[in-house]
Design a protein around this ligand. Structure first.
Ligand code: GSH
Length: 269
């Protein structure tokens, strides 16, 4: 089993968490996003969306981190990451949808406005142009270009803050009856799937913006961080430089993110 991945990528961290929790044997293959390797013709045959992660196993290719995580739990002997009841499994997939339909783009846009934008500014103009031209998908292009041009003032950062606000509100409600984990009181792909997104906000020094007022979510987050999978899949692989860059760049936008959050319409939250 091979995992095509890139360091400090949230959706690769998610799959790494599932691999750590299931104890499956696998081989990592690095796809260097910085060198545009995800646009090489060989990689595009595996993953036509030109993103990491991609899993190959027994001659088959699986893309989409949420599906990869479900697959890994399916093939593991214990299937311990999936709730026991049909309703539990549906609820678990509800949390995955929050990630796939909001938090994933959200964390990418916040991270881009704080950090990758600065890296892209330092790139030679022709390489930066090539990066944008390679994108293909017009929506992904607009997100990248708008946030490159406007930074935290990009509307996509506002959508991101809204997505996190809504999800954090739901997490706090779900845990407020004293449960340890989101679905049926048992650690599952629901908790696992959210983990890299909270971790990224924490490394960017932004998690407090949301968690300072949410005591149940805070304790749940502390529980998640004590799992050996967190150390193995998220904190250990990060280099000092990566952590330093995240903390420094996220701290610079913290006040603006707080202002955006405070100015959100609350009616639909
Ligand atoms: N929905 C996909 C999203 C994959 C994705 O966006 N991957 C990012 C890294 S976390 C990527 O490869 N980005 C490359 C780029 O945008 O150029 C999944 O969950 O697998």
């Amino acid at each position: 089993m091979r995992l095509y991945e890139y360091p400090n990528s949230v959706c690769c961290q998610k799959v790494n968490l599932a691999l750590a929790e299931t104890n499956l044997e696998w081989e990592p293959v690095t796809v260097n996003l910085g060198k545009n390797e995800h646009y090489s013709s060989d990689y595009l045959k595996l993953n036509p969306k030109a993103v990491v992660p991609t899993l190959t196993h027994d001659g088959s290719t699986i893309i989409e981190s949420t599906l990869i995580c479900e697959y890994l739990d399916e093939i593991s002997k214990e299937k311990k990451l999936t709730p026991d009841t049909p309703l539990g499994r549906t609820k678990m997939r509800g949390w995955s949808k929050a990630v796939d339909e909001g938090l994933h783009d959200g964390v990418a846009d916040i991270s881009f406005s704080a950090m990758f934008r600065e890296r892209m500014k330092r790139m030679p103009e022709d390489r930066r142009q090539q990066r944008f031209e390679n994108i293909g998908d017009p929506k992904r292009y607009d997100r990248g270009k708008t946030t490159f041009d406007s930074g935290v003032a990009s509307p996509f950062v506002k959508y991101a803050v809204y997505a996190f606000e809504a999800t954090f509100k739901n997490i706090e409600i779900e845990l407020s009856d004293g449960k340890d984990w989101l679905v049926e009181g048992k650690y599952s792909l629901a908790d696992l799937g959210l983990t890299p997104y909270l971790a990224r906000l924490e490394y960017l020094n932004l998690l407090e913006v949301w968690l300072s007022s949410k005591k149940y979510t805070q304790s749940w987050w502390e529980r998640i961080k004590t799992r050996p999978s967190f150390k193995k899949a998220i904190s250990d692989p990060l280099t000092k430089d990566e952590i330093g860059e995240m903390v420094a760049s996220g701290s610079k936008i913290r006040d603006q993110i707080t202002l955006i959050r405070d100015g959100l319409p609350v009616r639909n939250l």
